[in-house]
Design a protein around this ligand. Structure first.
Ligand code: UDX
Length: 427
């Protein structure tokens, strides 16, 4: 099939390259010339395992352009995969979704054959039918579900393993109303062997939010128990090994530590809370999950001060700035909160991350420009006697932490074994 994808961020790019691997042709649309150029040179504008290899292997089967019209007229299905960032108040900013819908609508006006628009961006229940659909109809002068197809297909990709998740997902959820669209999407996803759940459009939208809110709450719950365990001298990792063996619960997403970050959990929990409140509901469980998560990185500072009460002028090594390993993404990373607190105490910070240093500096200039960056993890250990572990990059397992005070937010076994003084956040 010929597919166009609006938005070449993490989701758009991985989804597009995934579809190429399944035998389709893909046109990426983006407003960022740097990204377009990189994609056309088979270079991924983001770091994601396996992406560069696939982009090189399948060069010629995809390309990127600024031109919506060209992309839509030359494809049968269009995925909207633009960002839905948070506004100051936590609500969802639909600017990019609306802009994409206007452009697609305009192009659909000129299209003679049946076209299907699929919303992949994470949007609150009701958005596809109440925001996207009217815009598409207004700009195209055509009727959704009759003259063109419209569906909602949430993504469940984890950064770092996003390609694997695309090709081998736990499930595929498709919110769809008309039979013709359903048939095309069934065909598109036929090569993927996974349970496929067809629902109505707003149910599909809600499945994404409920999944993310549940996972975020699961981790926050584990962290809350973990904080109690810490006080009682119990290893919470052992506890959740035991808890996770119950098949109703499952062992995944039980790693206690300094909490969750990234582009999804923080944004989606906040948007769902706002929406619930708008509807007159008080979603206390999700609110508590967010609050636990905001407090969790402060545990690292608390434990640090137990061993080093005066931080002023001290060199503190920070290992890891990305919100999790195997990505260069720093959105909502716990590292920001940790570094900010260290700087407030007037400590000197020497940080290292294998992929995310540039992004950290660029995204968080208020703290990112006030710290030193090391050339390697070893360099951090050379320069600092006190180390905070923020992201569990595999290479941190290869270090020798002898002689160091290590406060660990993620549980690096090598540090636990070799450090002179070792403290884990929840163990
Ligand atoms: C998440 C969802 O997993 C994915 O389905 C959704 O589509 C987008 O959001 P992602 O943000 O890439 O994916 O990362 P994920 O691996 O889920 O981790 C999120 C955060 O939770 C990270 O900061 C990670 O460090 C933290 N985490 C995860 C824990 O603290 N403990 C765990 O057990 C698992």
């Amino acid at each position: 099939m010929r597919i166009s994808i609006i938005g070449s961020g993490y989701v758009g790019l991985v989804t597009g390259i995934g579809f190429v691997k399944l035998g389709n042709e893909v046109i990426f649309v983006d407003v960022d010339d740097r990204k377009i150029q990189m994609i056309n040179n088979a270079q991924p504008p983001i770091y994601e395992e396996g992406l560069e290899e696939l982009m090189r292997e399948y060069k010629g089967r995809y390309y990127a352009t600024r031109d919506y019209k060209e992309a839509i007229l030359n494809s049968e299905v269009t995925f909207i995969a633009v960002g839905t960032p948070s506004r100051e108040d936590g609500s969802m900013d639909l600017t990019y979704v609306k802009k994409a819908s206007e452009e697609i609508g305009g192009a659909l006006k000129e299209k003679g054959t049946y076209h299907i628009v699929v919303v992949k961006s994470t949007v609150l229940p009701g958005t596809t039918e109440e925001v996207v659909k009217p815009i598409l109809e207004e700009y195209s002068g055509k009727k959704a579900f009759e003259d063109f197809g419209l569906a909602m297909n949430p993504e469940f990709l984890r950064e770092g393993v996003a390609l694997k998740d695309f090709l081998n997902p736990d499930r595929i959820v498709i919110g769809v109303q008309d039979g013709r669209t359903k048939k095309v999407l069934e065909e598109l996803y036929a090569p993927i062997n996974a349970p496929k759940l067809f629902t109505d459009i707003k149910t599909a939208e809600m499945i994404k939010y409920a999944s993310n809110a549940f996972l975020a709450t699961k981790i926050s719950f584990a962290n809350e128990i973990g904080n109690i365990c810490k006080k009682l001298g119990i290893d919470s990792w052992r506890v959740f090994e035991g808890v996770g063996l119950d098949h109703r619960i499952s062992p995944h997403f039980f790693k206690t530590g300094i909490g969750w970050g990234g582009s999804c959990f923080p944004k989606d929990t906040k948007a769902l809370i706002r929406k619930a409140e708008e509807l007159g509901e008080d979603p206390i469980i999700i609110k508590a999950a967010v609050e636990v998560n905001e407090r969790q990185p402060l545990k690292l500072i608390e434990l640090l001060k137990k061993h080093v009460p005066e931080l002023k002028g001290k060199i503190i090594g920070v290992l890891g700035l990305a919100f999790k390993p195997d990505t260069d993404d720093v959105r909502e990373t716990r590292a920001y909160v940790v570094v900010k607190n260290l700087l407030e105490e007037e400590a000197r910070v020497v940080a290292y991350d294998p992929q995310a240093m540039e992004n950290f500096k660029r995204f968080y200039p208020d703290v990112g420009e006030r710290i030193e960056y090391a050339n390697s993890a070893e360099d951090v250990l050379k320069r600092a006697d006190v180390i905070l572990i923020v992201t569990e990059w595999r290479e941190f397992e290869k270090l020798d932490y002898s002689g160091k005070i290590v406060i660990d937010g993620r549980r690096i076994k090598a540090a636990e074994k070799t450090a002179r003084v070792y403290e884990g956040v929840c163990w």
